[in-house]
Design a protein around this ligand. Structure first.
Ligand code: PHE
Length: 468
């Protein structure tokens, strides 16, 4: 085993690190905006089902693989099957997905950093909600500014990953996650005082089917569950590999899923009431969090303080997720190629930095923005730019396919005895074993496959379809 492998300091350290990976822009930026696009209520129900029935069993499977093999995805799958087994394609998919996701993730994290600056300099004071929306639009279109923050964020991420698994990742997660949680509760109390709370609450928890497209929205819910829980690309295999062999996979997964879902729902309960109170439409696309929150901060009593604090914590939440993404590719080079941690991180981080450049420029008029949007309009409904395309394909396709592979691998390839022993080690929840295996064997692969086939219009071939 390579010398540069580390271990978590404690079980709590691992939970915080895994929660740090899961909780990030996926919860606070993406969940609310995707919920808004899909009309609220019904989408949220489908999302919760995806988390409980697909996400949770896969999370257990990933942490189980990592902890058993004590190796990063490619090596882990090799050691649990055989060299050159086709299952190793899963490991490769992980490394590619990690690069792709981090490349646009960093751009969004850059927006958050820019908003630390904007709110610290009180830029939203006295602006109307529409003007606050314009502030986001002009940032979105400003390629140079996006590029600048993307580079800053990648440099920070690289720095922490170089510092190594325990000192870097665990240390930060321990302090900053609880702080984020507290600030979210403060914001929730504020959202309750706005006139929009009842409407917002009904939007998130009511049953709204108008904007819900059976094929597209179900795929979006599934993809969001994978993205938010950091599943399907080996992040939790990699983190699990720094876990001692006798740690409890089962309750750890339940805790991490629960925390992640709580933060996503909290975010939605904060953001939508603020939008409704300001008379804005809940379908605000990628800018939702960056419009809704500044409106609140511009009106709250302590907004000038809370604004910068919030975006700073959001940036840290994004960092703890980004380091888990970068760690996947880095661990691959350390474990498989015997590189030093410094070299591996510089190469993977540098590569991601370059790959992110088109995403940083995507809001502008150039090829990666406007022209790509126009050229592909008939193909990708709504016309997507480079950023949108990467986001769509990695979250909705690569992650579910990766998850499908992991579930199938653990359920059908790993030996019964090893799987059962692995599940039961260290946990008091051994009675869940049977259910876990059934989910991984049948419901997860079938469900994911049906959703993917349905999304490409497969079933519409047989019994027509009602949507475009
Ligand atoms: N789960 C992270 C978030 O919600 C993003 C992420 C995806 C991290 C996949 C690692 C792997 O922000």
């Amino acid at each position: 085993m390579a010398m540069d492998r580390g271990q978590w300091g404690s079980r709590l350290g691992f939970i915080l690190a895994a929660a740090g990976s899961a909780i990030g822009l996926g919860n606070l930026w993406r969940f609310p905006y995707i919920t808004g696009e899909n009309g609220g209520g019904l989408f949220v129900i489908v999302y919760l089902l995806c988390v409980a029935l697909v996400g949770l069993p896969i999370m257990m499977a990933e942490i189980f693989i990592g902890r058993t093999a004590q190796n990063s995805p490619v090596g882990a799958i090799r050691s649990m099957s055989r060299p050159r087994s086709p299952w190793m394609g899963l490991g490769w998919l992980s490394v590619v997905a990690a690069f792709v996701i981090l490349s646009f993730y960093s751009v969004v994290a850059g927006w958050s950093m820019h908003y630390v600056w904007l709110s610290a300099t009180n830029s939203f004071k006295g602006l109307s909600p529409e003007q606050i929306g314009d502030v986001f639009d002009s940032l979105y279109q400003n390629g140079g500014l996006n590029l600048f923050w993307h580079v800053v964020f990648m440099v920070l991420t690289i720095g922490i990953v170089i510092a190594g698994i325990k000192r870097g990742i665990e240390f930060w997660s321990r302090i900053l996650l609880p702080a984020l949680f507290v600030l979210l509760l403060v914001l929730l109390v504020y959202a309750m005082t706005t006139g929009g709370f009842a409407t917002g609450f009904k939007f998130v928890f009511g049953f709204h089917a108008e904007k819900f497209h059976p094929a597209r929205s179900t795929l979006a819910a599934l993809g969001q569950a994978f993205f938010s829980l950091s599943l399907g690309m080996g992040a939790l295999i990699t983190y699990g590999s720094y876990l001692r062999r006798d740690e409890d996979v089962v309750s750890t997964s339940i805790i991490v899923c629960g925390l992640d879902t709580a933060v996503a729902l909290l975010a939605a309960m904060i953001l939508f009431p603020i939008l409704f109170a300001a008379g804005l439409d809940p379908d605000q696309s990628v800018g939702l969090a960056f419009v809704s929150l500044p409106i609140a901060f511009s009106q709250m009593p302590a907004g000038a303080l809370l604004g910068p604090a919030f975006f700073l914590l959001l940036t840290f939440a994004a960092l703890t997720s980004a380091i888990s993404l970068l760690e996947v590719a880095t661990a691959y080079f350390i474990d498989e190629k015997g590189w030093t941690r410094i070299k591996a991180t510089l190469v993977t981080g540098g590569g991601t930095l370059l790959l992110g450049i088109p995403s940083a420029l995507a809001g502008g008029p150039g090829f990666f923005g406007g022209r790509l949007k126009e050229a592909t309009k008939p193909v990708w409904e709504g016309g997507k730019n480079w950023f949108d395309l990467l986001e769509y394909f990695s979250n909705n396709w690569m992650l579910p396919l990766g998850g499908l592979g992991i579930a199938t691998f653990v359920a059908w390839r790993v030996g019964d005895a090893a799987r059962e022993e692995g599940f039961r080690t260290g946990t008091k929840l051994g009675m869940l074993y049977w259910g876990w295996v059934q989910l991984l064997r049948y419901l997860v692969p079938l469900g994911v496959l049906l959703i993917l086939l349905n999304a490409v219009g497969f079933f519409a071939l047989f019994w027509g379809n009602g949507e475009g």
